[in-house]
Design a protein around this ligand. Structure first.
Ligand code: SF4
Ligand code: SF4
Length: 302
């Protein structure tokens, strides 16, 4: 029987999620709770309705369909606690103020969408990236989808934290051409405090992929006050691997996901971080890692 995946969204013509031009599929569900998460719509595995108030034109169409929406003297009010995420109101909202994150689809159903840009992939050396959330949290769906993509000779990348049982990783490893590994901190206390989990499994899985000679790129979201003091630890860890030429891309903090937190009714705890200062720390970290002989890339220049 085919497995159903819970999909948050699809982005086409991506150039930052692996080699060449890519389509990125975002799966829902993540075991971590990083304070700065740029994809809050992918945290929960359940479908969720987001309400983007700045797009609402107060037409009242949604309120005619469902009591979770109400019109009062000030306009539209979304009563989130009453919403059961059925998604019926989304089509009624012509201004796209209502977005449902979390559609259930089989791999066979999603495949044609992912193949639409096959010509671009082939010309640019690109392909499909599966991201999240944590894509390894939906192992059966992931395995089925990767198998279909490989049957059609599509290059595949997995954007992952590698927080997953070794058996899950082993089941998909042969179908993945490139691993984009998000690594937040090497110091476990920093990792636990800021993501909610220990990094023991993650570091072990990185060593495992390295021992197999896999194509790996590390990505570090550099968050002021969280991991900007971690350059030496990242450097030492990367030097402990058998291949020390893996790229390590340092990504600047951005506050652009604050609107998504608001639309989903989630608290956003990083609003006081200064983006210019964050960009400066990226430059400094890249310099330090390069001084240690590593292939550090400044993600803010891409
Ligand atoms: S998703 Fe369904 S339950 Fe939620 S507001 Fe829309 S129509 Fe109502
Ligand atoms: S249908 Fe959309 S634009 Fe109209 S009131 Fe509802 S949320 Fe606002």
């Amino acid at each position: 029987m085919e497995t159903t995946g819970i999909i948050a969204s699809i982005k086409r013509y991506e150039i930052h999620d692996g080699d060449g031009i890519r389509t990125t599929l975002f799966l829902k569900g993540c075991p971590m709770r990083c304070r700065w998460c740029h994809n809050p719509e992918c945290l929960s595995r359940k479908p969720e309705l987001a309400f983007y108030a700045h797009k609402c034109v107060n037409c009242g169409e949604c309120a005619r369909l469902c009591p979770s929406h109400k019109m009062n003297a000030d306009g539209h009010v979304f009563q989130r606690a009453r919403c059961v995420s059925c998604g019926k109101c989304v089509a009624a909202c012509l201004s796209e103020a209502l977005i449902m994150y979390g559609k259930a689809k089989t791999a066979a159903k999603i495949l044609p969408l992912l193949l639409e840009d096959k010509g671009f992939y082939d010309e640019s050396g690109g392909g499909v990236t599966i991201s999240g959330g944590e894509p390894l949290m939906q192992p059966e769906f992931l395995t089925e989808l990767l198998a279909l993509l490989k049957e059609r000779s599509v290059h595949t990348a997995l954007d992952t934290s590698l927080f997953a049982p070794r058996a899950v990783l082993k089941a998909v490893i042969d179908s993945i051409d490139q691993f984009l590994i998000d690594i937040k901190a090497v110091d476990d206390r920093i990792h636990i405090t800021n993501t909610g989990i220990s990094n023991g499994v993650i570091l072990d899985n990185i060593r495992y992929l390295d021992s197999l000679g896999q194509n790996v790129e590390f990505r570090v979201p550099l968050i002021p006050g969280v991991n900007n003091g971690e350059s030496s630890s990242f450097g030492r860890f990367l030097h402990s691997l058998s291949n020390t030429s893996h790229n390590i891309k340092i990504l600047p903090y951005h506050g652009f996901s604050a609107g998504k937190y608001h639309a989903l009714g989630l608290p956003y705890s990083c609003k006081d971080i200064d983006e210019e200062f964050a960009a400066m720390l990226v430059e400094e970290t890249v310099r330090k890692l390069r001084d240690m002989g590593l292939n550090a890339i400044d993600g803010s220049l891409e």
